[in-house]
Design a binder for this molecule. Structure first.
Ligand code: F6R
Length: 241
């Protein structure tokens, strides 16, 4: 694993955006695996800025997001679709028909997951997968457990994840309890993986995930087995390693 040390959040965002930008320049018709959450916001802002300057062209890019809440409509401000549209898709020249997320409004989990697996397969796999890291070591919504789930599946979110997500909802009752997420095998099949982490509150999990035992209890630890992972993290997140 390559570790790139950034001074702070802004520096992390720029460095990671540079890697994504290089991918798009090298392969304009690439497939990007994308993440939501707080960490990638600065990256998307940077990519939009470069697009506006004329340095980036998204016209041939396909995107596959990691996850979506189950039971939340696209128009809902808390949906991951809404997030992606607001932060990136509506601000660059990407073809909306080539932007994919699991369908949170499909109540049949088996169908929602099978449909998304088919979309991933049809896209031909992911060239560069962007990942954030949960405090419990989750990637996508692959929560700590007894196994690594291979493909897209429906997860019951853990208490700690629901608590972390609560900041985005008006009340605890509104926080979704389930989500559809890409599986670990799909993530591991990405040609390149880019993990971004910021903040002292993630320092312990960074150490455990990337230097500790490989275990489904810390889902991100499986990334130690991938041969092209780049971790871009700020000094605070790297303070324990
Ligand atoms: C989001 C996702 C999650 C987040 C993780 C970190 O699509 O897949 O795994 O990347 O929860 O979230 P933040 O960046 O908000 O700390």
């Amino acid at each position: 694993m390559k570790i790139i040390r950034a001074k702070d959040y802004n520096d992390m965002s720029r460095k990671a955006a540079n890697i994504i930008s290089a991918q798009i320049i090298m392969k304009p018709h690439c497939v990007l695996g994308l993440a939501t959450g707080s960490t990638p916001i600065g990256i998307y802002e940077q990519l939009v800025e470069w697009y506006k300057k004329g340095d980036l062209d998204f016209s041939e890019v396909t995107t596959l997001n990691l996850d979506e809440y189950k039971g939340i409509a696209r128009e809902n401000e808390q949906s991951y679709y809404f997030f992606m549209n607001e932060k990136l898709f509506s601000k660059v020249n990407i073809n909306p028909k080539r932007t994919f997320l699991p369908d949170g409004m499909e109540p049949d989990s088996g169908k929602a997951c099978a449909d998304y697996n088919r979309i991933i397969e049809a896209a031909g796999g992911v060239d560069l997968q962007l990942l954030g890291l949960g405090h419990n070591g989750h990637i996508g919504f692959n929560e700590p457990g007894m196994a690594f789930e291979a493909q897209t599946h429906c997860v019951n979110l853990t208490e700690s994840t629901m608590k972390a997500n609560q900041r985005f909802f008006a009340s605890a009752d509104e926080v979704p309890k389930q989500a559809y997420t890409m599986g670990i095998k799909t993530i591991m099949q990405a040609k390149k993986i880019l993990v971004v982490v910021s903040g002292e509150d993630k320092a312990a999990i960074v150490k455990e995930a990337f230097l500790g035992t490989i275990t489904p209890k810390i889902q991100a630890s499986v990334l130690q087995l991938h041969n092209d992972v780049t971790l871009v993290a700020d000094e605070a997140a790297l303070s324990l390693i």
